[in-house]
Ligand binder design. Sequence first.
Ligand SMILES: O=C(O)[C@H](O)COP(=O)(O)O
Length: 239
Amino acid sequence: MAKLVLIRHGQSEWNALNLFNGWVDTKLSDKGIAQAKTAGQLLAKEGIQFDQAYTSVLTRAITTLHLALEEADQLWIPEVKSWRLNERHYGALQGLNKADAAKKWGDEQVHQWRRSYDVLPPLLEEQSETMTIDGKTYPALDRRYHDVPEGELPKGENLKVTLDRVLPFWDSDISKALKDGKNVVIGAHGNSLRALVKHVEQISDADIMGVEIANGEPWVYDLDEDLNVVSKKILKPEA
Ligand SMILES: O=C(O)[C@H](O)COP(=O)(O)O
């Protein structure tokens, strides 16, 4: 039996502004920092001893993982970062305000882009290394992606495409650690984690639309040796 803990990053600066984030490398807001620390306290209270951590190459997930592990006194555990755990690439929606997008394209269209399994967002015409919004420049598709296989650098992804690029890393690294009985923590993103949850819980394409993962609330699974879910709970801060 092994434990798998999924933590969506705390609120990012762009979550706070209600902007589509995707692969743009924004930082945690003050609220996000507090949520990450609370996640660590919740994990410490559960007494979970981790063996291995995984995270994306985006600052908001890495910082959340580190703050949570520090609170749980386990910042020392081995850690692997992979672009395959990045947020879903939101294509040409990145940097747009979600409410403005709903006014322009309609609530239903935006809901499909955000929650459906296989509807692609409008794609980027070209990839750029930075993204500037309200006079602030953020890293986007920069040198950290030099190891992405040719043709795989996304211009926009739905959940299906996200799952397709998360799975090779699940198979090569994460599932192996779990099968070795290691307790694993993954610090990642709303949609890369929804993709993993779909796979782990074998959720249908239709039902995954209703799955939401809140910022900074750890999802804790007990998995058997075939990685079937034995139990699951979501740790929530006291109201
Ligand atoms: O990329 C983003 O904007 C968020 O991290 C996830 O956004 P969503 O809830 O619109 O999928």
